[in-house]
Design a protein around this ligand. Sequence first.
Ligand SMILES: [Ca+2]
Length: 428
Amino acid sequence: MWKISNYMLYGLSSVACISTVFCSCRQKEIQQPNVLLIVVDDMGFSDTQPFGGEINTPNISRLAENGERFTRFHTSSLSAPTRAMLLTGVDNHQNGLGVMPSMHGVNQYMQHGYEGFLNDRVMTVAEVLRQNNYYTCMAGKWHLGAQEGHTPDSRGFDNSFAMLGGGACHFSNQFALSDDEAPVTFYVENGMRLDSLPGNFYSTRYYTDKMIDYLDRCPDGKPFFAYLAYTAPHDPLQVEDEWKDKYKGKYDCGYDSIRHARFDRLKQLGIIPSDMPYIGLSGENPAWDSLTDTQKAEQARKMEIYASMIECVDYHIGRLLDKLEKNGKLDNTLVIFMSDNGANPKEPFNYPGNTPEIINNRFDNSLANYGSHDSFVSQGAAWAEVSNTPYSRYKMTTNEGGICTPLILSGKRFVHKGSLDTHTPYCT
Ligand SMILES: [Ca+2]
């Protein structure tokens, strides 16, 4: 049986601590478990069904049914600091991501703990596990250093395919979130920079394919540590055509109706107390009823695309789980599923270096084109706060909406199948 102790989860260091425990297991001649760590990007607390969401996520539900959900799990309010803590088990002010790489103050530049990449005073969980007989691989977003010596191949991963920046187009045209971000937004495979992506590239599908390929290369007799870091549902909100209309009309009812429904389901699931008074939106954003019909149509369509991106992630997680099951490896795999921070309130023009004019000139953001490869639309603050129900506010804030994210630990040998931990304040 696997037992997850408080210590093992302290400081988001679950994976590092698990490795320690699992390595000690070897001494007791217990089989070393595989570890599959799945991180999604900017997904809110209650988007998935096991956390009260209306978005269809049967495979994430499958993980919850075979494991434990943690409802007081906390992260940083931003991507890179969370990922740095997750992979090293130490505070981001020690491991080099004391601040997001592009946000240094003049007194922070190149100071210890603020290098903007994982420094040489920490080890990653991949480095630790590789020293302990594990095969290690990753696919997806890195965001922990783009220069030679700081990419995944240099930080413990035997095989890796990584987007090095904080976000980018989900299709092969690769545009960055802004010109400021562009210098670090490129892709590497095992340290080699890629000049282009396959024409049929779509992030979620392609990262999953890469992970399946890498896991096929796991040597016989070795356990694996696999880090699958999806860039969905981070903006730009984009999804392949066959996914675009899965939620058509679902969000025409507006912000408050969806938040109310989530609030009720969170009570039914026992995630919040049954007698908890309803907490509405913070009031910082225009009320649904104040919007024009055109604005309502635009807002609803953005949430439709966002929801489709999450169901798409779930579908591809299912493909990966099925593959592991078919190969007889799932029974010995601990699966960890989490989001790196709360849902994102930014609009495209909020990224440093962008303006509304730049966005209008570069992208086709007509309503009919939302979600396409040449569009750049975002969820927006009001829907982001709905995604973070029952909490207030969003990513980039230290309100619970920015830092309280879903976490599931799952596996056949897990002792707490289908249970909820609503009491333990695990935090970064
Ligand atoms: Ca993020």
